[in-house]
Design a binder for this molecule. Structure first.
Ligand code: HPA
Length: 286
């Protein structure tokens, strides 16, 4: 990316930030502690917040708008368990034809707004035959060798370092809290490695066998670019996968986006309870 284009990108991030700050001032919201990115079919969580205020992605300068069913495209501010949070209700994916800078633009904006923590959720295929659609998996780490790294190109020094460390991409502190919350509400929480692929075609059974050999437990088409950019900006990150189906070759049936959305819909009450408990615990951290 030439220097001018890089400057433009940073300027675009700050234009979006200014726009959001003005809306927040008009809504009298002066504190946002946490952000959550809601993946395929999970956007409804934002509708459970109290004192909700939303801004559509299309009204924010330079913000990319999702084109996929199950992703609505709004930034929703509100409270849960008295914790002020911000939800990205929808995301754009690399497979939609956006470049990685566009895919991660919303996270850049959250980071530049000064939000220190990001929870990333997604729908994913499970790589174990004894897992079930509807299980939740805490992401311990990821494998991402099939999509470009979002930090490729000249480094955006104002946001973070050239070579950010990824040895703890998903915060240990936040993961421990997530495990504690799951126990408290008697939720079975699996843990594992998320493999990111570009999509949009689902994987072949041979690819799934390869991912399994690489140590992956779940596969999906998102999350990693956003997590890398969040870490680049020094945000603390937590990842949660909803296992919406078993992966190709493990599942006996053919994969469909409809099944992904239906499973996401079905686990909504369980996920909402878990997230509320998690927000409450996280807000007690300093
Ligand atoms: N593969 C990739 N992405 C997914 C899947 C899958 O099986 N399920 C939901 N998102």
């Amino acid at each position: 990316m030439p220097a001018k284009k890089r400057q433009n990108y940073c300027a675009q991030v700050f234009e979006a930030v200014d726009h959001i700050r003005k809306s927040l001032a008009a809504y009298k919201i002066n504190r946002v502690e946490l952000s959550i990115l809601l993946g395929s079919g999970l956007g409804d969580f934002a509708d459970t917040l109290q004192a909700r205020r939303s801004i559509s992605f299309s009204s924010i300068p330079h913000f990319p708008s999702p084109s996929v069913a199950g992703h609505s495209g709004r930034l929703v501010f509100g409270e849960t368990e008295a914790v002020p949070i911000c939800c990205l209700q929808g995301r754009v994916h690399y497979y939609e034809g956006h470049d990685m800078r566009a895919v991660t633009f919303p996270v850049r904006v959250l980071g530049a707004l000064g939000i220190k923590r990001l929870i990333v959720t997604n729908a994913a295929g499970g790589l174990h035959s004894n897992w079930k659609a509807g299980d939740l998996m805490l992401i311990r780490d990821h494998v991402s060798l099939f999509m470009p790294n979002p930090l490729l190109g000249p480094n955006l020094h104002m946001f973070g370092p050239r070579f950010p460390d990824m040895s703890e991409c998903y915060s240990k502190t936040l993961r421990q809290l997530a495990v504690k919350c799951a126990r408290k509400i008697r939720l079975k929480l699996r843990q594992g490695i998320y493999a990111a692929v570009s999509g949009p075609s689902y994987e072949t059974p041979a690819e799934i066998k390869m991912l399994r050999k690489m140590g992956a437990d779940a596969v999906g088409m998102s999350t990693v670019p956003e997590a890398i950019v969040a870490r680049h900006m020094g945000m603390e990150c937590l990842g949660i996968s909803i296992i919406t189906n078993l992966a190709a070759g493990i599942s006996r049936s053919r994969l469909s986006h409809q099944e992904v959305l239906e499973t996401a819909q079905r686990i909504k009450p369980k996920l909402t309870k878990f997230l509320n408990s998690l927000f409450h615990e996280i807000s007690r951290l300093t």
